[in-house]
Design a protein around this ligand. Structure first.
Ligand SMILES: NC(=O)c1ccc[n+]([C@@H]2O[C@H](COP(=O)([O-])OP(=O)(O)OC[C@H]3O[C@@H](n4cnc5c(N)ncnc54)[C@H](O)[C@@H]3O)[C@@H](O)[C@H]2O)c1
Length: 371
């Protein structure tokens, strides 16, 4: 199949490399608002010289898995080690006439809604990085458009694909934990993203905490009824200048009475820490606690040097691979969408509720922000 990639930045480059490793992906077409960036990524991935392939029509999902000839990609930059032809296009709009079978959107957040809508209009299944849109209206609109078009839009909540989180979900569902009294979830980045990322990110709750919000719903199977959130600015000024916070915390009340706490920061120099802790009446478990989790137990027992996770790309490497394998299966019609836009909308409602709670310093009911 031929997959397009819109956005060749941090996560786009990672997704591109993973896509090129998948046997179903015959061609990857890369675009970015910064055409030079798209070209550079395609050149990096397509290190092997391109073979000329017999011309053929655009591939279709039914053909997925078969290595049949793809359309000869004009301007092909080469063949990735996994075998995929990789090329860059100069304009993002060219993606929609490139004979694609599916599109991966990894552009800046404020470009998501437009790209997803254009993909749906072109009949393309989409994988879109979180958040689906930078605001509630855009998210709501995409849910409606995807439903109307009957085309899958898979949202990039990769934590659902993390082995620890998946095991936590199973453990809870099995009854092993009894009833939950407390859930704790954290997203601690070791260092802030580049300053220019912040103004278009949507803010800490929509950009970062949204992962925790989705994960808590996914793992517990419960909805959130109200939130109380707060934020802090103790780091660099560019967060405050963008109306954002560098650290945030929220207390969520789930519809069965369970209390869930979420914490996030851009300043956890010890390393990247994304953990989910479930405390139940019978047992307690943690996903994301291993020898690389950047915490020191006291009193310290040895001088062993830790090798903490450097960032989300490393911590969730296997999960990112798994979500893209799933997307290829969705494109091929082999599996149902594991991360539908309706769930992204629910998580977005909660992020909005957290923002509102933080701004107004009060408890916000989930129904207050719901459309
Ligand atoms: N799931 C995760 O764990 C995870 C991790 C990081 C980022 N993300 C999400 O991925 C997205 C990208 O983040 P990033 O860290 O890679 O940012 P980045 O700034 O490194 O890259 C964004 C790229 O998008 C390009 N771009 C902007 N507008 C575009 C458009 N209209 N069409 C095509 N390209 C466009 C920019 O030129 C840039 O190259 C964000 O929405 C972010 O929330 C998700």
């Amino acid at each position: 199949m031929r997959i397009g990639l819109a956005g060749a930045g941090r996560i786009g480059a990672r997704h591109a490399a993973a896509l090129c490793e998948l046997p179903e992906v015959e061609a990857l077409v890369v675009a970015d608002a910064d055409a030079a960036r798209a070209r550079a990524l395609a050149a990096r991935l397509g290190g092997a010289p391109a073979e000329r392939r017999a011309p053929g029509g655009p591939s279709s999902p039914e053909g997925a898995g078969s290595r049949r000839p793809a359309q000869t990609p004009t301007g092909s930059l080469g063949r990735a080690p996994g075998g995929a032809d990789v090329r860059a296009v100069g304009e993002v709009g060219e993606l929609f006439s490139a004979g694609l079978d599916g599109l991966v959107v990894a552009a800046a957040t404020d470009a998501h809604a437009d790209l997803v809508e254009r993909a749906l209009a072109a009949g393309l299944p989409v994988f879109c990085e979180k958040p689906l849109a930078s605001d509630l209206d855009g998210t709501f609109q995409i849910v409606a458009s995807a439903k109307k078009a009957g085309i899958p839009v898979q949202v990039g909540f990769q934590r659902r694909f993390d082995a620890g989180n998946a095991a936590a979900r199973e453990a809870l569902a099995s009854g092993r934990l009894g009833w939950l009294h407390t859930v704790r979830s954290c997203s601690f980045d070791p260092a802030p993203p580049p300053a220019e990322y912040v103004p278009t990110s949507g803010g800490l709750f929509r950009d970062c905490v949204i992962h925790d919000l989705d994960l808590i719903r996914f793992v517990t199977g419960r909805d959130v009824v109200r939130v109380m959130a707060s934020g802090a600015n103790r780091g660099e000024d560019f967060f405050r200048d963008s109306g954002d916070v560098d650290t945030g915390s929220a207390l969520l009340v789930l519809d069965d009475g369970t209390l869930a706490q979420v914490s996030a920061t851009r300043y956890n120099a010890a390393g990247y820490d994304a953990r989910l802790e479930l405390f139940g009446s019978k047992d307690s478990i943690v996903a994301g606690l291993d020898e690389r989790t950047p915490v020191t137990a006291l009193p310290e027992h040895d001088e062993e040097h830790r090798d903490p996770y450097a960032g989300f790309l490393e911590r969730f490497s296997a999960a990112y691979d798994a979500e893209l394998r799933a997307f290829v299966d969705v494109v091929a019609g082999r599996r149902a969408n594991p991360c539908p836009p309706e769930d992204a909308l629910e998580a977005f409602y909660l992020a909005e509720a957290c923002e509102l709670s933080m701004r107004e310093g009060r408890i916000v009911g989930a129904e207050e922000v719901r459309r």
